[in-house]
Design a protein. Structure first.
Length: 198
């Protein structure tokens, strides 16, 4: 079974979106800041990355076997037109489940069950969690092994934070630092206070 990680582009002051879902143009500018074309597995998106960011992003795509996202993101993207761009099975954590299909499972049984379903779908590969409430619930439940931060040199001032105040965990590292264009990719291990956690 692969690792469970959460990953997001975040501002210097720790937000993954600004007020009223703003700021994405600034947070994701790094995805078009280079000369190396990286196309999502479904072919629906192409990014132009600096060489370090291209290597980082391609490796993350190859290592990921399934995703867990929230219903808010699913609705915001209109279900990505029927399949997540990464081309992997996606578990949607929601209080308002829809009918499951070959690309999506809708889970209303909590974060533990959503991660369990995703791990089965991922096999030996990793499970990626979208940031925000899904990541916070998973960290609080002791389910997250690593955190990937794509740190962008912008200050949003308010919005949706990546982290809630620590609840029995610390970040260890960074275990890797990759300097891209307009972004620094940081990877941390999550260390929990109790041996019952991951």
């Amino acid at each position: 079974m692969g690792r469970v990680f959460t990953q997001a582009s975040t501002s210097i002051d720790g937000y993954v979106s600004g007020p009223d879902n703003s700021g994405f143009d600034k947070l994701f500018r790094w995805l078009q800041e280079g000369d190396v074309a990286v196309t999502a597995p479904t072919g629906t998106m192409t990014f132009h990355l600096s060489p370090p960011s291209a290597a980082y992003f391609s490796g993350l795509i190859q290592a990921t076997g399934a995703l867990v996202v929230g219903r808010k993101l699913y609705d915001f993207t209109k279900g990505w037109g029927g399949q997540h761009p990464m081309g992997v099975h996606t578990v949607v954590l929601t209080h308002r489940p829809l009918e499951d299909n070959e690309h999506f499972t809708f889970c209303s049984e909590g974060i533990e069950k959503a991660v369990e379903i995703a791990q089965v779908k991922a096999g030996d590969k990793s499970v990626g969690l979208n940031s925000g409430e899904v990541a916070r619930q998973a960290i609080d439940a002791g389910l997250v092994d690593e955190v990937f931060l794509d740190l962008v040199p912008v200050i949003l001032g308010a919005g949706t934070p990546f982290f809630a105040p620590g609840r029995g965990y610390e970040l260890e590292g960074p275990v890797s630092v990759i300097e891209g264009s307009a972004v620094t990719h940081l990877r941390y291990k999550v260390r929990y206070a109790t041996s019952a956690a991951v």
